[in-house]
Ligand binder design. Sequence first.
Ligand code: IPE
Ligand code: IPE
Ligand code: MG
Length: 259
Amino acid sequence: MGRYAEQDRAVSEEGLDPERMPRHIAFIMDGNGRWAKKQGLARDQGHSAGVESVREMIRCAGEFGVGILTFFGFSTENWNRPRREVAAIMQLIVESLRGAVEEASAHGIRVSFLGRWDELPESNRQVIKQITEQTAGNDRLLLNFALNYGGRQEIVEAAQCIALDVQAGRLDPEAIDESLFASYLYTEHLPDPDLLIRTSGEMRISNFLLYQLAYTELLVSSVLWPDFSRSHFIGAIRDYQSRERRFGRTGEQVSSHST
Ligand code: IPE
Ligand code: IPE
Ligand code: MG
């Protein structure tokens, strides 16, 4: 997932700094329902329109060389929605992934999933397995979809697996540190997100990547997800690049380090 010269050029043309591009952007795609309501459409149509924004973000990542995108597609709490809406979302996931298998392969995109996707309906599991396997060797862009994902559940599951390994004598409790703990999470192979974008104005995390967001830059956009486009993506990166990431240090330490 190295950067390409044409990506650096595209970044510079937008007045952005190729040296300070986020490596990993996570999205809480929110506002599909409100978007649909505003247009006088059914909520399902908002979700369908939201898929187009996902596709647009993938194109942007390719254009500007952001190597990893993670999308929150369905939370463990979203099962509490009306059954009909849940079924429509599940169906939309199946259709979108089916339509994306060949395209992802052709563009060097690897598709991977976070969460208990093994508890989704059979048709979802099938296409998830298919796209994961068929794209496993690609490395131009990594896409993660969090499906039936909950941050607390992820942490609890990790704790359970660690406890089992200790009980079985495979793991010394003294060896449990932050990096070992992280290796038990769904994101074991991923760097933490540099930037989290949540659309539709809600200032909350909604149980997303609780462990991984410790030092992620947060950006809440008032734009509803189906309206989130290339110009908003560029604006979000501009905002990200204007910030100073300190990781607990003082501002003076950070600026002397970067010059
Ligand atoms: C996000 O849009 C999609 C999912 C959570 C699956 P919403 O459906 O939450 O849209 P609002 O928040 O009702 O507008
Ligand atoms: C978060 O959105 C989950 C996803 C984007 C999949 P929600 O719409 O479910 O979040 P809340 O309920 O407003 O916190
Ligand atoms: Mg919502």
